[in-house]
Design a protein around this ligand. Structure first.
Ligand code: HEM
Length: 417
């Protein structure tokens, strides 16, 4: 039986969702981005918003930054932070999980980010390369044996999950639990839409905390070359609390589960829909580096991020007052014709593709960007070398998410049978 509290939370969450839906029906473009059908293909809405200006108001209580120049400025500016200042509380549905320094401003952000940085050092990255190549080849061996497979289920999803589990130091015996927990926690990025989802996220978080605690004890007794061993050492030196360690582990897990999968999925979809670009990659797999940047620009796995103004300020001539929240549309910045010529064209040799904002900018610039790029390049290169005849066998289906943009299923064939 539901308790009164659960019913109240449920009503609040559903009302918040309902209000923005009603506002969306009145033609409020920023609100439309939160809802189906506009969410499915947000690019026409982005264009309309950019035409209205670099920073656009909404009937909901946030501003929307639309152009590359405005968004880059906000992400790099000290006038903005990821948390509101003062007594303002983030709405409950968006505050479902502590994701460590992703959600902190200096000085905590600076201190915690520094502790996670060694995991992504160039030396570690070189070590991961061989491992990622091996995982990629193994997954493809299995998929190709079947002839027809699901690109998401059989390749794009397992690849980054196996990589992040190894990097963090999750042993094989805990892998199945870890997968299940990671999939629930990943949904928290969009906030909760019902009390049921909120409960599931809380339950998964508690399970993960227990798993981490057990692994910490093991690593303390037997340290290895993995991120968990590094973090345990820093915790034991008194540089971070147990709560902070748990949150950091969660952040790396969510980042590993929810992002690169969509770089690969969105990438293969864009390439197969623009067959000429796929053929160019097949003819020269060394174009994979450029292809990854163009995919990130054209169909970014992370479409938006939020900031709060900490001071009265101005962006591209638009005044913004302290306390206002700004939704930064990364996906729109990447299609800004003021920066990218013919932005809706997909071109894997576009000269300035890497100037996308898909990894954000400023202090919160994605820490995992070198790893994501490495995984993306290895995946696209291997696919184009080994499966030149790759083609879809049915329409891909989309995940119903807002912040993260990606596919749920994508049935394909090697084209050889
Ligand atoms: C294509 C794949 C990826 C994309 C598009 C992506 C995108 C992003 C974006 C947009 C942010 C900043 C959000 C903001 O400014 O509010 C971010 C932060 C972060 N990402 Fe990634 N990410 C990817 C892969 C990864 C991977 C594989 C990892 C590591 C396992 C990772 C770890 C992080 C971390 C730790 C942060 C927090 C940085 C900070 O707040 O200082 N990311 N990522």
């Amino acid at each position: 039986m539901k308790t009164l509290d659960t019913l109240r939370t449920d009503a609040q969450l559903r009302t918040a969702h309902g209000v923005s839906w009603v506002v969306a029906q009145t033609g409020d473009h920023p609100s439309r981005l939160l809802h189906w059908p506009w969410r499915e293909n947000p690019f026409p809405t982005y264009r309309r918003l950019r035409e209205r200006g670099p920073v656009v108001p909404s009937r909901l209580p946030f501003l929307t930054a639309t152009t590359r120049a405005a968004i880059e400025k906000i992400l790099r500016s000290r006038d903005f932070g990821v948390r509101p200042h003062g007594d303002f509380n983030v709405a409950e549905q968006f505050n479902v999980m502590d994701l460590s320094f992703l959600q902190q401003d200096p000085p905590d952000h600076t201190r915690l980010r520094k502790m996670a940085r060694p995991a992504f050092s160039p030396r570690r990255m070189e070590g991961y390369r061989v491992e990622i190549e091996k995982i990629t080849e193994d997954l493809l061996d299995r998929a190709l044996e079947r002839g027809e497979f699901d690109l998401m289920r059989d390749f794009a999803q397992p690849l980054p999950i196996i990589v992040i589990s190894g990097l963090l130091g999750v042993p094989e015996r805990d892998q199945a639990d870890f997968d299940r927990i990671g999939n629930v926690i990943g949904t928290a990025l969009d906030g909760a839409r019902s009390a049921r989802q909120l409960r599931q996220i809380q339950k998964a978080t508690a399970e993960l905390d227990m798993l981490i605690e057990r692994l910490m004890v093991e690593r303390r007794a037997d340290p290895r070359e993995d991120v968990l061993s590094d973090l345990v050492a820093q915790h034991d030196d008194g540089r971070m609390s147990a709560t902070e360690l748990g949150a950091m582990f969660r952040l790396l897990l969510v980042a590993g589960f929810e992002t690169t999968v969509n770089l690969i999925g969105n990438g293969v979809m864009a390439l197969l829909r623009h067959r000429h670009e796929w053929e160019r990659l097949v003819a020269d797999p060394e174009l994979a580096g450029g292809a990854v940047e163009e995919v990130l620009r054209y169909d970014s796995p992370v479409q938006l991020t939020g900031r709060w103004a900490h001071h009265d300020t101005e962006v591209e001539g638009v005044p913004i007052s302290a306390g206002q929240q700004v939704m930064c549309l990364i996906g729109s910045a990447n299609r800004d014709p003021g920066h990218f010529t013919e932005p809706d064209r997909f071109d894997i040799t576009r000269a300035n593709a890497a100037e996308h904002l898909s990894f954000s900018g400023g202090a919160h610039y994605c820490l995992g960007a070198p790893l994501a790029r490495l995984e993306g390049v290895i995946a696209l290169r291997a696919l184009s070398r080994r499966v030149p005849g790759l083609r879809p066998t049915a329409m891909p289906t989309r995940r119903d998410t807002l912040t993260v943009r990606g596919l749920a299923t994508f049935p394909v064939t090697t084209g050889e049978r």
